[in-house]
Write a protein that binds this ligand. Structure first.
Ligand SMILES: Nc1ncnc2c1ncn2[C@@H]1O[C@H](COP(=O)(O)OP(=O)(O)OP(=O)(O)O)[C@@H](O)[C@H]1O
Length: 719
């Protein structure tokens, strides 16, 4: 969303405000009121965040009800602190006219882990400007998640009709690209050698597919033929001079030996206290295990000790005052096909690093990589647990709306950035979204809710609902990411987040990420997977039910055409699990399945699962969020917001007449927020990828200009 767009939108709102009156839906007047109230919340949070008052760390939500209504942004902000926050009237430093929907907040001290690296080709820093703009009414003011997105390229990342049939990508481009990845091979020192020795260039093991180049990656940056210049971030050198024991920190002095072993599946056999990578990384904990390998929390002995000793080591991921002791090391399985995939992952990570050296676009940042005993090791920043793990350990799995929006904005912005680089992530899911900061405010849940929890959730959450104080996230796992013109495997994505074009065996491209994000957003809202299925037929039946419409004939026709003419690459089970369930004449999905006699073949259990676990999205979302807002909240996406609201009001009046009360507080702002959330999801769930909203378009969606006052906002910045 450009600054210009923001300004223009507000003008429209200001101009039409007077025309919307009384009980009308009037988004403009609602926003005005909302702006005032949210500014009040924000003011409180900013005060706490900036230590103007003692932060509330008691776990109790801040109660702003007694605060005077906050009308004048200018005065309120100036009241807080002239030196850190300013409301600027008239024209801003970009020449835009005054816009009373925006406050101008002086650049927050963004936590850059590294000393500033200037001159990067595509990096568009806002730090040169004195102030940055942020809307006050919506997201918590995340330090990294700037609300603006500076497009890298102009070309929209859309998929065309032809690509539905033919898009397979170039295998040779993938292989050529991977061939250029030269990995430094780190020799294992003697197991009994406790002195941290750093190998010089060594030959790869016999049979290893890795090339050992004397101009190694570690010395020169990944040599992908990219225009690497000296000012860009280079990899931390592993070929550091031999460090004496004196330089090595306390941890390093303890007796270490490398017991690094590989099992029959090519996995590193994890052992706590093990050291590897030339006595460099001390294994502390297993963070996760996936298809590609194991991710370990490691103590970076050399990084730390060298810094202690003032040794010049190329690093970019830490400030001078807070050098990282710990890193995450992904140890890839010592099997050729995983090694090959890891090389693509490295190229993707390198492209991200080149274009966003400061990690402003919420992608995992590569620190270095090397080859150790035939395992490619990828060293990255150590992050917090995944959004999925956070949800599992929370008394109430769903996130408050404001946090869904904050995470959604970051996700879409991040994917926009990736798409601009020609990268498709292909595996977006809550497991691959990590929290930067796990600090949270805990609130005890009523006993009747605790009683309904599973034993596991009860134990993990302690019967408490947790609210993050900072919903900042990073996207990880680029192990399945592809460059748009390189090889596209026929099946990608984790089942629950898989787009219809993939299930139907059509060509897929950037839009598949948008579908996955929509699945994630709904899951954050409801606390449950939208597609809890494991096979194609049920998956397709659910997609139709959630979208409230059948697959468009156009894409079913393309599926038949592609299969008949054997175009491109298709999933091996396409005929047996997908094609046969469609009627070739009507192009419709035959579900529940019937035999020739007209009896149902689909099992009752399966029918029940589909019918009971999902509804059309607007109904599904309405049902789930009523738990927080009351029975009055319902959204019908076939009606305009005005008609929806009129219906809600008349139902409430009726209820009041009959029962004397209405459950929950009717609130237009809340309704509008969720109405536009559903609207965005609907556009992201468009069956036809050629018509699906792009990540860039999604960033400009109405939902992102609305806010919601909930515990996500009141907990923001509390620590
Ligand atoms: N930088 C990190 N900081 C903290 N934890 C991490 C980091 N990277 C990965 N993890 C943890 O390790 C898990 C596996 O990582 P990753 O997804 O990269 O591996 P994978 O082998 O590609 O997994 P999958 O088979 O699910 O694709 C993650 O879900 C996360 O919990």
């Amino acid at each position: 969303m450009s600054v210009g767009t923001q300004t223009r939108r507000k003008r429209t709102r200001t101009n039409t405000n007077n025309m919307v009156g009384g009980d009308g839906i009037g988004a403009e007047s609602i926003l005005e009121g909302m702006l005032a109230r949210q500014s009040s919340f924000l003011q409180q949070n900013l005060r706490d965040g900036l230590n103007f008052t003692e932060g509330n760390d008691s776990g109790v939500a801040v109660d702003n009800r007694n605060e005077p209504p906050f009308i004048d942004n200018e005065n309120a902000i100036v009241d807080i602190d002239h030196s850190r926050l300013e409301r600027i009237g008239g024209e801003d430093d970009e020449g835009h006219e005054e816009d009373d929907d925006l406050i101008f907040i002086k650049e927050q001290p963004v936590y850059f882990a590294s000393p500033t690296i200037s001159g990067s080709k595509n990096y568009t820093s806002t730090t040169s400007k004195k102030f940055k703009k942020q809307r006050t009414i919506s997201l918590p003011q995340l330090p990294h998640a700037k609300l603006l997105y500076q497009a890298m390229r102009e070309a929209p990342r859309v998929q065309n009709n032809d690509e539905l049939l033919h898009l397979t990508g170039s295998t040779s481009k993938t292989l050529d690209g991977n061939r250029k990845v030269n990995l430094r091979v780190i020799q294992s020192p003697s197991p009994m050698d406790n002195d941290p020795v750093y190998s010089s260039s060594v030959s790869p093991k016999a049979g290893s597919s890795v090339s050992s180049d004397s101009e190694s990656m570690m010395d020169s940056g990944l040599n992908y033929g990219q225009n690497t210049t000296s000012h860009k971030r280079s990899f931390r050198r592993l070929s550091a001079p031999r460090l004496t024991a004196k330089l090595v920190g306390k941890k390093a002095k303890t007796k270490r030996r490398s017991n690094f072993k590989t099992d029959k599946d090519g996995h590193y056999v994890y052992q706590q206290g093990d050291v590897f990578g030339g006595n460099r990384f001390l294994v502390e904990q297993l963070l996760g295990q996936g298809t590609f390998g194991k991710v370990l929390k490691c103590y970076d002995i050399a990084g730390n000790s060298a810094i202690e000793a003032g040794t010049q080591i190329h690093t970019w991921n830490s400030t001078a005052s807070a050098q990282p002791k710990y890193v995450a090391v992904k140890v890839i399985r010592a099997i050729d096909r995983y090694r090959e995939a890891a090389k693509t992952e490295l190229r993707v990570l390198q492209a991200i690093l080149e274009n966003d050296p400061h990690g402003q676009y919420q992608c995992l940042i590569l620190q270095e990589c090397f080859d150790y005993k035939n395992h490619i090791c990828i060293v990255t920043d150590l992050l917090g647990r995944s959004v999925y793990d956070f949800m599992c350990a929370n008394g109430v799995a769903r996130f408050p709306g404001s946090h869904v929006q904050a995470i959604g904005k970051q996700l879409i912005r991040s994917v926009c950035f990736l798409h601009d680089l020609g990268i498709i992530h292909t595996d977006l899911k809550p497991e691959n979204i990590l929290l930067c900061d796990e600090t949270c405010v805990e609130k005890s849940l009523p006993l009747d809710i605790v009683r309904t929890m599973s034993a596991r959730r009860k134990e993990a959450s302690g019967g408490k609902r947790k609210f993050l104080t900072n919903p900042e996230i990073k996207i990880i796992d680029f192990g399945s990411a592809v460059f748009h013109n390189e090889y596209h495997p026929p099946v990608i994505s984790t089942r629950h987040y898989r787009a219809p074009e993939i299930v139907l065996g059509l060509g897929w491209s950037f839009p598949c990420d948008v579908w996955s994000i929509a699945c994630v957003l709904v899951e954050l809202v409801t606390g449950e997977s939208l597609y809890p299925i494991h096979e194609n037929l049920e998956h397709m039946a659910m997609m139709q039910r959630i979208n409230g419409e059948p697959f468009p004939p156009k894409i079913v026709e393309k599926m038949f055409y592609k299969a008949t003419h054997k175009l491109g690459n298709s999933p091996s089970d396409l005929n047996s699990t997908v094609l046969k369930h469609f009627d070739k004449n009507t192009l419709s999905l035959q579900w529940p399945e019937k035999n020739k006699k007209g009896d149902y073949v689909t099992k009752e259990k399966s029918i029940k699962r589909v019918m009971s676990s999902c509804d059309r999205l607007d109904i599904h979302i309405s049902k789930k969020i009523r738990a927080d807002y009351g029975e009055w909240l319902s959204i019908n996406w076939n009606l305009t917001p005005e008609k929806n609201w009129a219906l809600i009001r008349s139902k409430a009046l009726n209820e009041k007449k009959h029962n004397g009360m209405v459950t929950g507080d009717l609130n237009k702002e809340t309704f509008l927020f969720w109405y536009w959330f559903v609207d965005l999801c609907r556009k992201m769930f468009e069956f036809d990828p050629t018509k699906r909203i792009t990540a860039k378009e999604a960033l400009d969606h109405e939902w992102f200009s609305l806010g919601i006052l909930d515990e996500g906002i009141t907990c923001f910045g509390k620590f």
